[in-house]
Write a protein that binds this ligand. Sequence first.
Ligand code: PMT
Length: 401
Amino acid sequence: MQGKHILLGVSGGIAAYKTPELIRLLIKQGAEVRTTVTRNALQFVTETTLQTLSGAPVYSDVFAAINEHATEHISLPEWADLMIVAPATANVLAKCAAGIADDALTTTLCSCMAHKPILIAPAMNDKMWENPAIERAVETLRGFPNVRLIEPEEGLLACGTSGKGRMPEPDVLCEHVLAALTPKTMQGRRVLITAGPTVEPIDPVRFVSNYSSGKMGFALARECLRRGAEVTLVCGPTALHIEGYDRQLTYRPVQTAQQMLAAASEAFPESDLTILCAAVADYRPASVAQEKLKKQPGIDTMTLRLVENPDIAATLGRKKQAGQTLVGFALETENEEQNALGKMARKNLDFIVLNSLRDEGAGFGTDTNRVRIYSSDGAKKDCPLARKEAVARQILDGLTT
Ligand code: PMT
């Protein structure tokens, strides 16, 4: 979002208390933010707060006595790369759908409607959301090619009842902005991603696994979504959640390597691009005890017999058809390049992404990674240490698929 101009419209609902945080997140991502508000919005959030956080005057009054920004409703849309209205009350939704422009926010929105990408995040009581007039307004707005409605969420509402009408949290809104600004270079492509660890049970309370958190795979899945792809994410046990923008993923949670193979094999035939980021256990316990294994008095060693797991990458590599691209990962601790290239050849991969545990900040669990991408035609690309989101972008840019 570096250098992008985001115009934030705030209308008078209780969810307006969340918009200062949205400004902070957008600015943290490198965007410049300007705000326009309805008079009622200022009952919920102050002009001082919005001005301080955005670092710019708030456009709130078309007819202010001394108004150096007399034509802000025209110049702000020209300045903006995208406008987001959060929260959008029932009143603003209905006006916007009808083309009514009677205050700073709605005049600005009106002049944006035909020219700029617009995100609208409705927030209201569930009874108001169910009003047929509002439903009609929503339908009308869905018909505008450059308008995208961010569906309100179900949950506890300000009036104390529960229902649909909550504005999504600022981080989710921020993700929608990021996605809306991302060129849709993967539109129409189907992507399969494996992520996280596999967990191979020993008995009902113990297992064999590894330190993968799923962060790298999630970052790849999100970036593919932002670029317009249809994404299936097959993921081992992880602390990460599918919420907000990620709900657009087809999510297949699994535990074991055998389950991961089954889920990946199902999605693979339809997939144009498959990225195998999961850290799959190479071996699993030969048998799973039905009851918790007990400590044996007087016996101070224990042998666990392991059997080989299926190799998902190699299995898919054998089934790969022309037009399908298969990408593996390799996490190495020594002879990194040689080991990675060996895996690419043995598993019939088109690319392999190498991360080394010898690089600080790379690999398991971290928020950052440092990778090198090798292609089967001999090319290689270095991606310096960066957050996994940025590494995901570089990986996808590096796959000439
Ligand atoms: O999840 P994070 O905490 O963010 O960490 C990310 C990561 C370090 C797990 C990721 O960047 C990574 O490197 N994943 C691969 C880990 C690994 O150890 O791979 P490998 O060298 O064992 O396997 C090579 C390739 O074969 C991988 O694409 C792997 O998914 C695949 N494989 C391996 C074994 C097996 N039985 N089936 C497989 O498909």
